[in-house]
Design a protein around this ligand. Sequence first.
Ligand SMILES: [Fe+2]
Length: 214
Amino acid sequence: MKVNFKDILWMPVDIPKFDRCQELIDDFNVDFNGSIKNSDYDVRGQLFLKKSENHSIAKPKDGLTSSQLAVMEYCKKHLPFTDLINFKIHHIENRGMKMHYDFSPKNNNFSPPPELWNHVLDHEPMGFRMVVHGAKSGDIGIETSNGEVVIPVMPEDTDWYSISHSGTLHGTPPHVVNLEDRYVLFVNGWVNTEQHKELINRSLDKYSDFIVKK
Ligand SMILES: [Fe+2]
């Protein structure tokens, strides 16, 4: 099946499972709390990288735990990123997250460097996410271009999906209340074009039945 990358809103990604997810949860610490700022957005986050300005490349924090270092190594091995801008775990529960774009001019105070914005547009889908804990399917909804919310199904053999970082409207589906303990690993940065293309094509071949398109 030939799929135009630009039409993909959500797709599973062919990456072997990380086997220390429980340790990541045990080591979880809250670095920021989105639910204080906005009651519609119930998320706590843990940042793995040092603070940097305006979407610049950042280095891992000092003092990361063994499981945190291991998941960074694992991502380096399996994902196409050459440099990291953000690497974090979100803990989402209760009210969930309203529909939103992760990286978009539609968001408030959005002003990435133009080179980064163009890089993201050129490499969608590059919003790589891993379900660390929680329901693999059912707790995320994707809004398609006709306004319908589709609930994607994750295959059993992977915990990874990719969305369009700049163009996929997603959030907790309206019928889901009291979301339970959803932990999602979120990676963003600069990718190697060839490695990205290879990973997306391999995943499209393997999971063509699961893809959500525009
Ligand atoms: Fe998101």
